[in-house]
Write a protein that binds this ligand. Structure first.
Ligand SMILES: [Ca+2]
Length: 288
């Protein structure tokens, strides 16, 4: 009986151990599956982000894919601080494009152009004191770099319509974050928080499409001449055919919040001018 009882005890203990081991295995499998699903979710997002929505080019510049779409360009008559040249009209952007996540930095400018003309020095600060022609030359030289050329990447300044479309990132409000100008300090550098200088790019919150400093820091050259808007809707508009000035967008470190509005237009700068408040970001027209 003792032998039988002893065997039963051993048997029960073994079953108990096996049960515990099985429980552990099941738990581990469940934890593993949960962990794996988390990893897949995170990895999948990162993969999608890197492969489709985001890109980094051969000089380390980050870009985001901006989808094609339609939007209302300009501002409503009720918007505070608006200019009378912001007449609302429908715009279709028919092709997706990549846009620089930040303004072109001094480090990036130096890599491509071999110079840094900026007044406020800092490798991650936006380049400034660049003329419109300097910005266009940067785009041409970047496009001609071997890795970019091989990949079929073509860089240029965004049109004013492309710039506002990207700045709005689906919003219809005065700013990409809403209408309340008192919140601008979370999203950009302007005369209310800049200490009268530029700041390293990307320190503030991005807009809904992951773009930084669309409001403030430095104004940004656009491709267009500074003419009036068309009276009706437009498809992939490229602006006036000629003017004295080129358009700049987004406001900057020295100006009021109102200049930083999504629809705000700067039309007073000669394309030859070089200013410590004015830089640019690039558009990549190939979506390879
Ligand atoms: Ca800016």
């Amino acid at each position: 009986m003792v032998v039988v009882l002893g065997w039963k005890l051993v048997f029960v203990e073994r079953v108990s151990v096996m049960t515990r081991q099985l429980s552990c295995v099941v738990a581990c499998v469940l934890v593993g599956m949960w962990g794996a699903s988390c990893a897949i979710a995170a990895g999948g997002a990162a993969t999608r982000g890197a492969g489709v929505q985001a890109a980094t080019n051969s000089i380390g510049m980050k870009l985001r894919l901006i989808p094609a779409g339609e939007f209302t360009m300009g501002s409503p008559a009720t918007e505070s601080d608006r200019g009378d040249d912001e007449t609302q009209h429908g715009v279709s952007i028919t092709k997706p494009f990549y846009l620089g996540v930040t303004e072109v930095t001094q480090e990036q400018y130096q890599k491509v152009m071999g110079t840094n003309p900026s007044y406020f020095k800092g490798p991650q600060n936006p380049v400034e004191k660049v003329s419109w022609a300097d910005a266009v030359e940067f785009c041409g030289k970047l496009s001609a770099m071997p890795a970019e050329k091989t990949a079929g990447h073509v860089y240029r300044l965004p049109t004013e319509a492309e710039w506002e479309y990207a700045c709005r990132s689906g919003t219809t409000t005065a700013y990409g974050f809403g209408d309340d100008a008192s919140r601008l300090g979370y999203y950009g550098w302007f005369n209310g928080n800049s200490d009268s200088k530029t700041h390293p790019v990307g320190e503030k919150k991005p807009n809904a499409w992951g773009l930084y400093d669309m409001h403030g820091n430095v104004w940004e050259w656009c491709q267009d001449w500074g003419g009036d808007y068309p009276s009706g809707s437009a498809t992939d508009p490229t602006g006036a055919t000629s003017d004295l000035y080129r358009v700049r967008r987004g406001g900057g470190w020295y100006g009021n919040a109102g200049y930083c509005r999504s629809a705000g237009r700067g039309r007073g700068d000669s394309p030859e001018g070089r200013y410590d408040r004015l830089g640019f970001r690039v558009l990549r027209s190939s979506i390879k």
